[in-house]
Design a protein around this ligand. Structure first.
Ligand code: MG
Length: 503
């Protein structure tokens, strides 16, 4: 029997009207996915136009008098259930944005980020930040304007953080990193002193056959019980997941012809995102609470699959027969040796390829840069120097070119300022899930070796995380599901145990 999620008459009227907005979101999502994957390059200009117009249309429909009235009425309703309350909360958040951000501004933002994405891709091809710099300047300028329109109590960056993680503030992120970073440094120092420590691993230089690598990714997804009728895998410059409801998620990876873990890890990571979306309640898909609400919780899933499942010897053993097909030399390496390649720790330049310890230094650097750009303390034109200085300070390494440095992430081109901190927060949350999951099911290291074990992990996550979708905030879900608060204790315990065994 189908569950009745919504009883309130006003909410039902809202949802009826919302279907048009859902449709526009859906089409906008498809446009975006296409832009990042298969769009012919010369389509860029008109695509940017179309997406900007779509954004304006969305705002116009949202701000329709009758629709706004319904939202205001719903706010006053008594006895709403949790689903209905969540609908009101999500719509109020959206309404606030649409009311405070002028249509000309939204249009300019959409257009600029489309152009910025093009410029970023071009800059990456030429390995030259100066191509991207003027566009980034405009993006940051718009981000500052956006913060001013939206308003904030303490720091302009607060207004942007809140877009991705409801209620998150600059102060909270600073308080998160301040005690966390020294503990990571301590562990990194321990690892570097170990006799097992090495800056390089031969497998990083091992070339592979791209077609066979694609097959390895496909087989790995199959081992992870992917539903190929819901999730598809494609290629993009920067791996990402786009979800269009519980029945449809699109993930991407990249192929660099060597260092196969990069392609494999991205596939597993994005699978974690897609699984989350496709395990939310499908009946909510066309509502404002369809899919996932918290960006941090999203990352807690991708990181759990990538690092906590994907790093296991049992997991590697299970896909080993497929791994050795991608290059004739690989059969000379044992599961044990491959495992060491998967879990190697060393300060490096690329965030997405960073190990679990040094990863958070990469995020801290981006956080500090975004915060200081917003407040006007630093300028876009000085970024290459600032970037290098910070890498030297926190990681002890300096990029030799822009692709290894400031051009590596697509977030700024997409106008996603305020997003990065959710990566660290989400990663830390993944350890909270791991702790409770293992208390219920036993060690992930055993479960990760079989499709049945994987299915158990999936079922647990569905029950404890996924089914909550966008109904509650990240902090509420942590509390409701496992009675925990956001904190780094479980994560640091996990890191210490794992890496003190290896090093
Ligand atoms: Mg991710």
């Amino acid at each position: 029997m189908e569950k009745e999620f919504f009883q309130n008459k006003i909410i039902k009227q809202i949802l009826e009207k919302y279907k048009v907005l859902w449709t526009l979101n859906y089409l906008g999502g498809l446009c975006e996915w296409d832009m990042m994957t298969y769009m012919p390059k010369k389509a860029a200009f008109f695509r940017a136009e179309a997406m900007a117009n779509l954004g304006v249309l969305r705002q116009k429909i949202f701000l329709d008098e009758n629709f706004v009235k319904l939202i205001e009425q719903a706010e006053k309703e008594e006895g709403l259930n949790d689903y209905e309350l969540a609908i009101v909360n999500q719509l109020k958040r959206a309404l606030k944005h649409y009311k405070l951000l002028p249509p000309e501004f939204l249009e300019e933002l959409d257009r600029t980020t489309c152009e910025a994405h093009e410029a970023w891709e071009k800059a990456r091809k030429k390995n030259d930040f100066s191509i991207f710099e003027p566009l980034l300047e405009r993006v940051i300028d718009l981000a500052r304007k956006e913060a001013n329109y939206l308003g904030y109590k303490e720091h302009p960056y607060d207004a942007l953080l809140d877009i991705y993680e409801e209620g998150l503030t600059t102060k909270e992120v600073e308080d998160f990193f301040t005690p966390f970073i020294p503990k990571l440094k301590e562990l990194l120092e321990y690892v570097k002193k170990s006799k097992n420590y090495s800056e390089t691993n031969e497998l990083e230089e091992e070339p592979y056959d791209t077609e066979r690598m694609k097959e390895l990714n496909k087989q790995t997804l199959e081992f992870l019980n992917i539903d190929p009728e819901k999730i598809r895998l494609d290629i993009s410059v920067h791996p990402f997941t786009l979800s269009l409801g519980a029945n449809e998620a699109r993930i991407t990876t990249r192929y660099h012809q060597k260092d196969f873990l990069q392609s494999l890890a991205s596939t597993i990571h994005e699978f974690g995102h897609a699984l989350y979306e496709t395990q939310t309640i499908s009946e909510l898909t066309q509502t404002p609470i369809g899919g996932v609400g918290s960006v941090s919780l999203h990352e807690s899933q991708s990181r759990l699959w990538e690092k906590m499942v994907g790093h296991n010897k049992e997991f590697i053993k299970a896909i080993y027969p497929e791994i050795i097909k991608i290059s004739p030399k690989l059969e000379n390496y044992s599961v044990e040796e491959m495992h060491r390649y998967f879990v190697k720790v060393r300060p490096s330049l690329i965030r997405t390829e960073a190990d679990e310890i040094t990863y958070h230094f990469h995020i801290l650097i981006r956080f500090e840069i975004e915060r200081d750009l917003l407040s006007g303390k630093i300028k876009v034109k000085d970024l290459p120097i600032i970037w290098n200085d910070k890498y030297k300070e926190y990681l002890g390494v300096v990029p030799s070119n822009d692709n290894e440095g400031i051009l590596q992430d697509s977030h700024w081109a997409g106008g996603n300022i305020g997003y990065f901190p959710t990566y660290s927060i989400g990663t830390v949350i993944s350890a909270i899930w791991k702790y409770h999951l293992e208390k219920d099911l036993g060690e992930i290291s055993t479960l990760a070796g079989s499709k049945e074990g994987i299915a158990k992990i999936q079922e647990w996550l569905k029950e404890h995380v996924h089914k909550y979708g966008a109904i509650y905030t990240m902090k509420e879900i942590l509390q409701k599901s496992v009675g925990e608060e956001l904190g780094t204790t479980y994560f640091l315990d996990y890191l210490n145990k794992k890496y003190k065994e290896i090093y």
